[in-house]
Unconditional design. Structure first.
Length: 129
């Protein structure tokens, strides 16, 4: 049951009441995560398993849309994408979800990947350095 909740995909019944933009963003997150899973399982890339990211994010408050959330080792942005996903699922608008997350990494290539991943799914440039 818990795994089923963690791996849920975007669907109408789960996201009833969300804006069309929010639903599209959730679908794009699922697409990017699918690509990341393929890269990881093929050994081409090392990323944090998205289900682990969702578990970590689920241990935080995903209903207060005024809080700032910081990932101090953001890598390619998996945890940040999980946080954005949960905020949107709880009714936060996409722009606010992206505005309230910050990522830091000492690897420039990882930072650029995280920025691209989040911009690709949300249309907003994240605060990642």
């Amino acid at each position: 049951m818990q795994l089923e909740i963690l791996e849920r995909n975007t669907n109408q019944s789960l996201h009833h009441g969300l804006s069309a933009n929010a639903k599209e963003t959730l679908q794009r997150i699922d697409s990017v995560v699918s690509i990341m899973k393929v890269m990881h399982s093929s050994g081409l890339d090392s990323v944090t398993d998205f289900n682990v990211c969702l578990r970590m994010v689920d241990a935080t408050d995903n209903t207060d849309f005024t809080k700032t959330w910081i990932d101090t080792a953001c890598g390619k942005g998996s945890i940040l994408l999980a946080k954005i996903k949960r905020l949107i699922e709880n009714g936060c608008d996409v722009k606010t979800a992206v505005k309230n997350i910050y990522g830091i990494d000492n690897n420039y290539s990882q930072v650029e990947h995280a920025k691209i991943n989040i911009y690709r799914v949300t249309g907003f440039m994240p605060n990642i350095v």
